[in-house]
Design a binder for this molecule. Structure first.
Ligand code: TXA
Ligand code: MG
Length: 344
């Protein structure tokens, strides 16, 4: 049986995203091609498959199967009116799921897909109410992680159209960035027909940038690795409209979210016995427990959720986060840390 199994070795194409250059690498993945095929069949049969993406792990189901989508909501404990992102294999699948796509959205998709960007577009008939929470818009993303892309293409080969996947955590909790984190988060809720695919640590570490593309101008609903500066360059975003979130529901922009069990406080000083997350050049306060020492802003994003989980594993009562300064990815890190701090 093992003879048909082979390791998948794929070089990620991030050439367009200059800012990630230090993360470009050849990935030798733990998933075999046979396992990916099995996962695609598992999805087609209406079960759940948690899979790695370059942002965070997703909890996937067939985006056209209402019953399977219902399982995502019950496993996550997520309110039913919170819409799901549909993951597709390439920009060629865009018009299956969306209509009246503005030119700037195509430009963004051409530039940043596959990648950590979700576009909110007017839905086609394929995107039913059980995906969109009853809204007339649908969120779409082509992930850049090779296992995710292989899964999407195997799923399409057997007649699938898209994989709906929220982050693979219980509602309101920290998104998982390793398969072990998915396991500890969801093992009591998944059943023996469901699968978790391992793809190692997620390279970006925080969720995709969400851009509302249903108006004349794009608006960022959730910051991420595709930064405002990158969006402005490609599409001409009017930053003054950026904060107007009133017209559309994006529950990811709730004030409290991404919360570990420990109380998170945004500060520069930690007391003895408290967790501490800060850039590596900041010394650890006496007696504090260092949870992450990123040397770059990319490492900060990649390590943030792992560090929060580590704090919980150590049963820490309080974790202090010293926020990174600056623009770009630092904006998304401050957003997630602020929401984690609002959670308790
Ligand atoms: O990086 C990511 O985006 C990850 C990976 C797995 O792709 N997914 C993710 O999904 O973060 P989720 O469901 O945890 O967060 C997506 C956010 C939610 O707040 C959801 O309400 C919002 O996007 N969203 C999804 N579809 C939407 C829509 N049609 N209109 C407005 N907001 C939408
Ligand atoms: Mg989430």
């Amino acid at each position: 049986m093992g003879t048909r199994e082979r390791r998948v070795s794929v070089k990620s194409d991030r050439s367009k995203l200059v800012k990630w250059d230090d993360l470009r690498m050849e990935l030798i993945l733990n998933c075999t091609q046979d396992l990916i095929k099995k996962a695609a069949k598992t999805l087609k049969a209406g079960h759940l498959v948690a899979f790695p993406t370059e942002t965070v792990y997703g909890l996937g189901a067939d985006a056209t199967n209402e019953k399977a989508i219902g399982k995502i909501y019950s496993v996550k404990g997520r309110p039913i009116d919170h819409p799901l992102i549909v993951h597709i294999s390439s920009i060629n699948q865009l018009s299956k799921w969306a209509v009246n796509i503005p030119k700037y959205a195509f430009k963004l998709a051409e530039e940043f897909w596959p990648g950590p960007m979700t576009l909110i577009l007017q839905r086609s008939a394929l995107a039913e109410d059980f995906i969109t929470g009853g809204q007339s818009n649908v969120g779409l993303r082509v992930p850049a992680q090779p296992i995710a892309l292989a899964l999407l293409s195997e799923f399409e080969k057997i007649g699938g159209s898209g994989i709906a996947a929220p982050s693979a955590n219980r509602f309101g909790a920290v998104s998982p960035t390793t398969s072990n984190a998915v396991k500890s988060e969801l093992e009591n809720f998944l059943n023996d027909r469901d699968l978790i695919l391992d793809g190692g640590l997620c390279l970006i570490g925080i969720e995709s940038t969400i851009i509302d593309c249903t108006k004349v101008l794009p608006r960022v609903l959730r910051s991420g690795a595709i930064t405002n500066e990158m969006i402005v360059t490609v599409s001409g975003l009017d930053e003054s409209t950026n904060c107007d979130l009133s017209a559309i529901k994006a529950p990811g922009v709730l004030e409290s979210h991404y919360s570990p069990k420990a109380k998170v406080v945004l500060d520069s000083i930690a007391k003895s016995g408290e967790g501490f997350i800060a850039m590596s050049d900041i010394p650890t306060p006496s007696g504090a427990i260092r949870l992450a020492s990123p040397t770059t802003i990319q490492e900060y994003a990649r390590d943030l959720y792992t560090a929060l989980r580590l704090g919980d594993e150590k049963n820490l009562k309080k974790v202090i986060i010293l926020l990174p300064q600056g623009e770009g990815l630092a904006v998304a890190i401050r957003d997630r840390a602020t929401k984690a701090a609002a959670g308790k």
